[in-house]
Design a protein around this ligand. Structure first.
Ligand SMILES: [Fe+2]
Ligand SMILES: [Fe+2]
Length: 492
């Protein structure tokens, strides 16, 4: 005789989603609204704490999880909209906000990760699993299908967390664990929709707290190169294909900075519609992958982060703070740099204003991304021509992603401007003007660098630059290194 489970896939007594008071909308719609809030809260919690994750691969995982969360939210919202009167932005209970804020206000990154991945994630997965097992498997099959998809995503997140905890053991702060657990219980562990008190609807996680993101994205490797080689790359960019190849591997690696900036866009841009949060999440993951592409190519070439330094786009600000800290503590600047992870950690970011958010999106989309298409396309063609197809492929995928990113900026700048109370008319012309000015500056800088830089063997920074080029040449020679004609100058 076979077991009852095999014999009857139907739950013996399915949970019924219709009550005597039900009109057109079964009970699961409100429940999905609650789940969507919690999934979105996790998205915001990752944005809030993500900059504190220091190690490269863990940054990659966190950025990927931002996109995963956006996709979990998308699935739930699409399902909610399929029901009569289903509104993904319908209010939900303030209990959920209280819970999300309790998880957010963790004593440390490690506690926050326990709160997010262990307490919240596991409770959600249990609620989804229970729902899948309890509701009528035919009537509500589309919800069951999407919950399976979400749980599949969650299992990947869980596997990452479990491995992370093995490598980074941590005991959750007891008071924090007790606070979050109590809030989870108060929310009924997401098993039934929570009643909403009029006038006390949940706001996005964090907006009613004084939580602030870290000012500097953490890293556990050197932020300065062994020798300052980038001036040579700037000087040689237009005339030396090998210098351009070093630039792209290094430059893409540095794009790992952008997703950590974009965590703040998401966190402080909570007033923007979900559709914007969703595409920025994709944009963020793309930039993280561009960082991975560059870093992977550097490693192919036998170059480490310790060689070239994992600097931030905010390197000038880091330098200023480290020098100030060094002076205050009576240590050398070199020692401050050696201890940068510890010394920069206490700095908190000012909240991004609506005007700043507009400006960030404008500068990335209309200046940095738009401004690099010419040199990227030239790189693609030249690397392909020179038989370095891996580098060519890296360029091509990036160009495709960037084309989408620029469209995101065009699409959303009007609304960002409206929120910020700034004038968006003539934004294209403003972009053209800034790009032209930056091009003029870049050409002048390259010319001046070429004039002053030492090209003498024995000069440490020149030797280092030559060594980097030589390592790349050995790993993957370009057949057109000496025949490639000069190309466009660096645009900024
Ligand atoms: Fe990029
Ligand atoms: Fe981009």
């Amino acid at each position: 005789m076979s077991s009852p489970a095999v014999e009857s896939p139907l739950p013996l007594k399915p949970m019924v989603l219709v009550e005597p008071s039900t009109k057109q909308r079964p009970r699961n719609v409100e429940l999905m609204n609650d789940w969507q809030y919690v999934e979105r809260a996790i998205h915001r919690l990752l944005a809030a704490w993500g900059r504190d994750v220091a190690e490269w691969d863990n940054k990659s995982a966190l950025h990927r999880h931002i996109w995963d969360q956006a996709e979990c939210v998308r699935r739930l919202r699409e399902r909610i909209e399929q029901f009569p009167g289903g509104r993904p932005d319908a209010p939900v209970s303030a209990q959920l906000e209280t819970l999300a804020n309790a998880v957010l206000l963790a004593p440390s990154l490690e506690d926050a990760l326990d709160g997010i991945y262990e307490l919240l994630l596991k409770t959600l997965v249990s609620a989804y699993g229970e729902y899948i097992g309890n509701v009528h498997p035919i009537h509500d099959a589309p919800t069951i299908a999407l919950l399976h998809e979400i749980n599949q995503i969650k299992s990947q997140q869980w596997l990452w967390y479990r491995n992370y905890r093995r490598l980074t053991p941590h005991t959750t702060d007891a008071a924090y664990r007790a606070r979050v657990t109590a809030r989870l219980e108060a929310c009924g562990s997401f098993r039934a929709p929570l009643p909403i008190t009029a006038g006390a609807e949940a706001q996005p996680a964090g907006v009613n707290t004084d939580f602030r993101l870290s000012r500097f994205s953490a890293r556990n490797v050197a932020i300065r190169p062994k020798q300052p080689f980038m001036d040579y790359v700037r000087a040689d960019f237009a005339t030396n294909l090998e210098a351009r190849r070093l630039f792209w591997a290094f430059g893409y690696m540095l794009e790992k900075n952008l997703p950590d900036d974009q965590l703040a866009w998401l966190y402080y841009g909570h007033y923007m519609p979900w559709a914007w949060q969703h595409i920025i999440s994709r944009h963020l993951w793309d930039e993280s992958r561009h960082g991975d592409s560059g870093y992977s190519r550097l490693r192919d070439f036998g170059i480490s982060l310790e060689d070239v330094g994992f600097s931030g786009y905010d390197q000038a600000a880091r330098d200023t703070e480290l020098k100030a800290v060094a002076e205050k503590m009576g240590i050398t600047v070199d020692e401050a740099y050696a201890r940068q992870q510890e010394l920069l950690a206490p700095f908190k970011a000012e909240p991004t204003t609506k005007a700043q958010l507009y400006e960030h999106v404008f500068m990335i989309g209309l200046v940095a991304e738009t401004g690099h298409f010419v040199v990227k396309n030239e790189g693609y063609v030249d690397f392909k021509e020179g038989q370095d197809l891996q580098s060519a492929e890296m360029m091509l995928f990036d160009i495709i992603d960037e084309t989408a990113h620029v469209q995101y900026a065009h699409q959303w700048l009007p609304m960002l401007a409206e929120f910020a109370g700034v004038d968006n008319s003539g934004y294209r012309e403003r972009g053209v003007k800034i790009r032209e000015e930056s091009q003029v500056r870049a050409i002048a800088t390259a010319k001046e660098l070429d004039r002053v830089l030492s090209r003498t063997t024995g000069d440490a920074s020149f030797d280092f630059y030559q060594d980097l080029l030589a390592r790349i040449r050995v790993a993957c020679p370009l057949t057109n290194a000496t025949t490639c004609p000069p190309r466009s100058p660096k645009p900024m």
